[in-house]
Design a protein around this ligand. Sequence first.
Ligand SMILES: Nc1ncnc2c1ncn2[C@@H]1O[C@H](COP(=O)(O)OP(=O)(O)OP(=O)(O)O)[C@@H](O)[C@H]1O
Length: 226
Amino acid sequence: MIRIENLSKSFGQKKVLDCIDIEFNNGKVYGIVGENGVGKTTLFRCISGLETYEGNISSDVDNLKDTLGFLATEPFFFSKITGKEYIRFLVNARQVKLTNIEDKNIFDLPLNQYISTYSTGMKKKLALTAILLQENKVFVLDEPFNGVDIQSNLLITEIIKKLRELGKTAIISSHIFSTLAETCDEIFLMKSGRILKKVDRKDFADLEAEMKEFSIGNQIAKLELK
Ligand SMILES: Nc1ncnc2c1ncn2[C@@H]1O[C@H](COP(=O)(O)OP(=O)(O)OP(=O)(O)O)[C@@H](O)[C@H]1O
């Protein structure tokens, strides 16, 4: 369980997160949606211990950072290490015993090549593989479906469902509503650095319709396409 209370974050004069209160329970998958720049990544970075903030983030695990896997939108890598070395490094950091990394190469990545030779999607899949093999309890996945091929997206969807079955917590941001609708138990809609509403699975269709109306509205008409 993760409890976020009164969380605020500013960059200089700009308040990006404004008094956020959320609770994430074990064995549940949560979606965070909202316009570009609304603060999703900042929220994820706060939860993952990568930003300072005002307010409180507590958890039922002793040291949340040690059991949390954060998948960044564009993960950072040192270029002159191979995929296998990267996985080995991350897994060792959590003292997880792993004998044969090749056996766990579910995305068929060229693990013996330098990461500098990987495409954007391959890098994302490598980072995801590593945090999965770390046996984390909490997964904070910032746009896990973005830039990844269709087969991998299907696999990631099933992996997220499996994480739920295993009693883990997954918090996901995505701009693709259908992927969230398929995987999430609850979706939080962010607006202006705040949580505007929490929507249960049974109401996802209404949320999608509302978001479509809000975002599309008469915008296309304005273009006067001919
Ligand atoms: N390190 C930083 N310094 C200054 N401003 C920042 C920093 N990081 C984020 N911001 C600002 O905070 C706001 C929220 O950014 P954030 O990346 O959290 O949004 P987001 O909801 O994840 O957006 P997107 O959907 O485009 O990924 C933006 O206005 C961004 O410019």
